[in-house]
Design a protein around this ligand. Structure first.
Ligand code: ATP
Length: 298
């Protein structure tokens, strides 16, 4: 007589706890700051598939503090940089320097407190957000993969892509082997959240998906987690192979991705402290030399 009601009671407690967890998550989402309206749009239809220059002009920015009302400590303190159209520009620097924040401001997840962010010569505040984001692909640090097949994941980038196009882009990001090794090919399941892929493979799948949309600008936040040397090289090669049809702005946590970048921007404590190629910076920037030395490149 007792066992069944007890079991039901325990199940009910578990259900309530799950519900409370979900409610907490909903509250979190509802508490996110709303984006400002797009009513100040001044230019439309200027961004397409052609690669665009990105420019930060004396940008100042702070996230809001935990109360959600006052500005927190400054994160960017007058940062200026140029990422030329169709080139690969890497942001490097110590953890917390503000590199990922630069990407968030280019994508206009937040508005600057001072200065300007220009994409294709236009202040991002003057552009419709939908247009900015359609022209931009953003691959975050722990890029998610969806439960489903490789094909399902890729078609999100371009629903009308043919199998030949999917295979070509997988080759471009060094995932061709993954398909070739399996009888199921593009129908290979990636598992819940892509668990059947390694972190490096998930990131490259996300890059492949992004490239299928032929973005004018690719914003890429490299994973901080360590990759084995094969995955590290595969990621570096995939980024290097993107070519001049897309401007690439990459937050690089490993120098293997940056040594052959067209331009390297060194960020420290919210400011740009040096810019140049790897060879130039080894000669001119003590901070870069130090980063490079720690990764055994000089
Ligand atoms: P890493 O190399 O570790 O990724 P980073 O140079 O990319 O670092 P950011 O992620 O831009 O640095 O962070 C800069 C500062 O802003 C850090 O002090 C960080 O704690 C803070 N920060 C980043 N994102 C947020 C956020 N969403 N809300 C509040 N503070 C944030």
């Amino acid at each position: 007589l007792l066992v069944q009601p007890l079991a039901q009671g325990i199940a009910a407690v578990a259900a309530v706890q799950t519900g409370l967890g979900a409610l907490a998550r909903i509250e979190e989402v509802l508490a996110l700051p709303e984006e400002t309206a797009d009513d100040d749009v001044r230019v439309r239809g200027v961004l397409g598939h052609a690669p665009v220059e990105v420019r930060l002009d004396d940008v100042r920015f702070a996230y809001v503090d935990e109360t959600g009302e006052a500005p927190g400590p400054p994160v960017l303190r007058g940062a200026s940089l140029v990422a030329p159209a169709g080139r690969r520009t890497a942001l490097v620097g110590p953890s917390g320097a503000g590199k990922s924040t630069v990407l968030a401001l280019v994508e206009r997840f937040y508005d600057v407190d001072g200065g300007r962010v220009l994409v294709g010569g236009h202040d991002v505040r003057d552009l419709p957000r939908a247009e900015l984001r359609a022209a931009t692909a953003y691959v975050e640090q722990d890029a998610p993969a969806l439960a489903g097949t490789l094909r399902d994941n890729l078609l999100l980038g371009r629903p009308d892509a043919t199998d030949a196009e999917l295979l070509a882009v997988l080759d471009q990001v060094n995932l061709g082997e993954l398909v070739a090794q399996r009888a199921t090919g593009l129908d290979t399941q990636v598992g819940d959240d892509g668990v059947l892929l390694s972190g490096g493979q998930r990131q490259r799948l996300a890059i492949a998906r992004a490239l299928l949309a032929r973005p004018a600008l690719l914003l890429l936040d490299e994973p901080t987690a360590s990759l084995d040397s094969r995955n590290e090289q595969a990621l570096a090669d995939a980024v290097a192979a993107i070519g001049p049809t897309t401007t690439v702005l990459v937050v690089a946590h490993r120098l293997s991705t940056v040594v052959d970048a067209d331009r390297i921007v060194v960020v420290d404590d919210g400011r740009v402290v040096a810019e140049g190629t790897h060879a130039e910076l080894v000669g001119t920037s003590p901070l870069y030399r130090d980063l490079a030395a720690r990764q055994l490149l000089v």
